[in-house]
Design a protein around this ligand. Structure first.
Ligand SMILES: *Cc1c(COP(=O)(O)O)cnc(C)c1O
Length: 390
């Protein structure tokens, strides 16, 4: 049986057109854009085209506002460290309790090693940011705010345009990790006060190991990686030309598929959620019921671990994610569900769709998941012991 892939917030299938676009840059078109000969300058030309494709997808005003990086993690690290560098009189960071580890681990490290004060804004049990708490932490001591556009576990969308305007009022820089939002939500950055934005190619049907950081023109910037003059001195190192071409193509395709994402893909997601709630007692959908990514369903089940469900679904050829992490032999609940104070459920299962999914995938989940939940509930009647990792 064809495997059912419902883990598109972890990574996505590379589009065949993306691969086709990349292939020549591994063979005859191998040039280094810094070289002075034709083989080199050809690489410069295609990278400019890729920058334009990305500019169109996110609505940037200028193509040179886009810096290519190795992915979402590097973009997040670059943005936050740059913010601290260019604002030497300010020593505070504002972020949320539900960011990706790319932001949260860096913030914890800065707190420990540089004495930076980090404010982690709490969320309510729908995963919505506490705007009151956010407003109160904004003072002229804040160098940079980093708040994600959409959460990778629940799909909850944050009002980043508004958050950016609030940050501007105290002169802080505003960065958003938009890795899950780019290609799934229409964007027009030039109409917002957002200073920096991270994105990653492999979350939008492009190759892994390439991403970008948008830096609005005029925003002071300090590079993370020092070396040659690539990317206008903002990111040293010979450019990943095949990756950049692939990301450009993926961006162009994402723009074309945006309607599909917000209609057909969303309907598949909605059908999965409604169908599962009908078929399984004591299950509920987590995340903001109104402002949520069209492709993400995070479903919690009373009294059983998300990890156990995920592993049995895997045996039936269905790939999804449980959000929990295995730390020192014990299962740690997701920091996102923890921040949402969802105590009822011991865990949740995330199903994330893409344009490669179809009705049949949803039907397969309906066939197997109710039986799995029933079996697990019989085997483990409401115990509160921490589950061991498999
Ligand atoms: C996947 C992801 C990242 C990391 O991106 P990489 O390109 O894998 O480094 C960062 N933030 C969010 C929200 C993500 O989902």
């Amino acid at each position: 049986m064809r495997p059912v892939y419902l883990d598109n917030n972890a990574t996505t299938h590379v589009d065949v057109d993306v691969l086709q676009a990349m292939l020549p840059f591994f063979t005859d078109q191998f040039g280094n854009a810094s070289s002075m000969h034709d083989i080199g300058t050809a690489a410069g030309v295609v990278m400019k085209a890729a920058r334009r494709q990305l500019q169109a997808l996110i609505g940037a005003k200028f193509d040179h506002e886009i810096i290519f990086t190795s992915g979402g993690t590097e973009s997040d690290n670059t943005a936050i460290l740059s913010g601290l560098d260019v604002m030497p009189d300010r020593t505070e960071i504002v972020t949320s309790a539900v960011e990706h580890p790319a932001v949260l681990s860096l913030c914890a490290h800065l707190e420990k090693t540089r004495g930076v004060k980090v404010h982690r804004i709490p969320v309510d049990h729908h995963g919505r940011l506490n705007l009151n708490a956010y407003g109160k932490t904004l003072t002229p001591r804040v160098a940079i705010v980093s708040i994600m556009w959409a959460n990778n576990e629940t799909g909850t969308i944050f009002p980043v345009a508004k958050l950016a305007e609030m940050a501007k009022r105290v002169g802080a820089l505003f960065h958003t990790d938009a890795v899950q939002a780019v290609g799934r939500l229409p964007m027009d950055l030039k109409a917002t006060a957002i200073d920096m934005l991270s994105l990653s190619s492999h979350k939008l049907h492009g190759p892994k190991g390439i991403g970008a950081l948008y830096v609005r023109r005029g925003v002071p910037f300090s590079s993370l990686i020092k070396g040659g003059h690539q990317e206008r001195d903002r990111r040293a190192g010979t450019e990943n030309t095949p990756g950049i071409v692939g990301l450009g193509k993926a961006a162009e395709l994402a723009l074309g598929y945006m309607d599909d994402e917000t209609t057909r893909v969303k309907l598949l997601r909605d059908r999965l959620e409604e169908g599962l709630l009908e078929r399984i007692p004591e299950a509920f959908v987590t995340g903001d019921p109104l402002a949520r990514l069209p492709n993400t369903a995070n479903i919690a089940f009373d009294s059983i671990d998300g990890e156990a469900i995920q592993s049995l679904l895997n045996r039936d050829g269905i790939a999804c994610s449980s959000g929990s992490a295995c730390t020192s032999g014990f299962l740690e609940r997701s920091h996102v569900l923890e921040a949402m104070s969802i105590r009822r459920a011991r865990g949740a299962v995330r199903f994330s769709f893409s344009r490669y999914n179809c009705e049949e995938d949803v039907d397969r989940v309906f066939e197997v998941l109710p039986g799995i939940v029933e079996k697990l509930r019989e085997r483990f009647p409401k115990s509160s012991k921490r589950a061991k990792c498999r």
